[in-house]
Write a protein that binds this ligand. Structure first.
Ligand code: AMP
Length: 425
């Protein structure tokens, strides 16, 4: 037999038994996006490499190591890899905002999307090369209320998905006014212990020392003794951070201050946050994260515009739901339409009429014996069978309760009501 090519490493097929949980998570995200008055946008799955390099920063993992590059066809102008599959959604949304001149609309603007992201990383549990994020971004709202609102929204999302014990980790990394002093303090601190840093961190120490703090392999003792960004905040950043905290307190949101939460992306300012199930705070266990990026729109060529957003990983949300034993929503009762005669047109007509009445219908298109069709229907999970061709009156069908093994003849128009009335729908 011919060999079947396998799915690419780091990707997964999501099969029907798992899609029920996906449907729930996506519908919670869509419904919350709507209720929190965000508007849906879609951006391309690939963009110019330069966009991500400028937004994420040349020294970020995403740009240095994880960019999934895309080349044009052989002989095309873009035969060299000029594009990359999007590793994160913010850059594309901000590009669209600038490109379409959306700043003229009365702001702040609130956008959301759900979509696939791609990172060429070493695959492991909870880390894939293709994964899905729900993303919310707010442009033109300097906060601090919106910072708290987004954190509250993310926590509500996890709660509505049924995931319990989720805590927000919170930090502030200041802005252009106060971060230089923090950076200097970090360089001074880490330079003294340079031999205990990883190669990556040593290289980055002088280019982007904040990245040393979020190096996954940083010695925890070194991390614990490192300078803390909140000790360096300038007055406006301090006030912003205090306001976010007291708003979260007022809302009763659970959060802890996490000094290592500096985020790997250069354009982040002030508030940064991440979400974890308490007690499961490992590297591949962040359920989602986000923060303020007041410098990004300008860095990408737009007018100075503040921004804040989050990206929540749906794959990891679903893993947490599965770990916590959350059952997927149950589908409505399934009705099989089977035939006592070979009249397939009559069967399809009955299917159509039942579907119009809102019934979930799966037809049997075979002409095997009725008994065999009923057996197959029960095996496929049908609770009821509608038998076409056994009835005596013109517009009637036979409705069979496959669990009880009882059946009755009734008008086709009465089937949906009869099933709903039985309480088994
Ligand atoms: P980040 O932009 O890296 O903070 O990612 C935001 C969220 O997306 C993370 O908290 C994860 O839930 C999810 N995520 C990021 N990278 C991956 C990946 N490689 N595989 C699965 N989920 C991911």
């Amino acid at each position: 037999m011919a060999r079947t090519p396998a799915a690419p490493r780091g990707t997964r097929d999501i099969l029907p038994e798992e899609t029920a949980l996906w449907r729930r998570v996506e519908s919670v995200a869509r419904e919350l996006s709507d209720r929190y008055a965000f508007e849906r946008v879609e951006t391309p799955l690939f963009e110019r490499v330069e966009l991500f390099a400028r937004s994420a920063g040349e020294t970020s993992d995403v740009v240095e190591k994880e960019m999934f590059r895309v080349a044009g066809a052989k002989g095309s102008e873009e035969e060299r890899a000029e594009w990359a599959l999007r590793p994160e959604p913010t850059a594309g949304i901000v590009r669209a905002y600038i490109e379409h001149g959306l700043h003229v609309q009365p702001g702040p603007l609130r956008f959301w999307l759900i979509g696939a992201m791609f990172r060429y990383d070493r695959p492991q549990a909870g880390r894939y090369r293709q994964f899905t994020q729900w993303d919310c971004e707010v442009l033109g709202d300097p906060g601090p209320m919106v910072d708290a609102e987004l954190i509250e929204l993310a926590l509500r999302f996890y709660a509505d998905c049924g995931v319990t014990g989720v805590t927000a980790h919170l930090n502030s990394i200041g802005d252009g006014a106060c971060r230089p002093a923090f950076r200097e303090a970090l360089v001074e601190y880490f330079a003294r212990v340079e031999d205990r840093l990883t190669d990556d961190s040593r290289r980055r120490l002088r280019i982007n020392p904040l990245r040393v703090l979020d190096d996954r392999r940083l010695d925890p003792d070194l991390a614990a003794g490192a300078p803390r960004s909140i000790d360096f905040l300038c007055e406006p950043c301090r006030q912003h951070f205090d306001a976010v905290r007291s708003l979260l307190d007022g809302l009763g949101c659970r959060y802890v201050i996490d000094h290592r939460l500096v985020r790997g992306l250069d354009y982040y300012t002030r508030t940064t946050f991440e979400f974890f199930v308490a007690g499961r705070e490992g590297q591949q266990q962040a359920l989602g994260g986000g923060g303020r990026y007041d410098g990004l729109v300008e860095a990408l060529g737009g007018r100075p515009t503040t921004g804040i957003g989050f990206g929540l990983g749906l794959d990891r949300t679903i893993m947490a739901m599965a770990e916590q034993g959350i059952e997927p929503p149950r589908d409505g009762a399934l009705v099989a339409v089977v035939g006592a005669t070979d009249d397939l047109v009559a069967r399809l007509r009955v299917c159509t009429a039942l579907r119009e009445a809102g019934v979930r219908v799966r037809p049997d298109g075979s002409t095997r014996k009725l008994g065999k069709q009923l057996e197959a229907a029960a095996k496929a999970g049908a609770r009821w069978a509608v038998i076409v061709g056994e009835e005596t009156a013109g517009d009637s069908v036979v409705l069979r309760d496959l669990d009880a093994g009882e059946q009755q003849e009734l008008p086709l128009a009465g089937v949906a009501a009869s099933i709903a009335g039985s309480g088994a729908a």
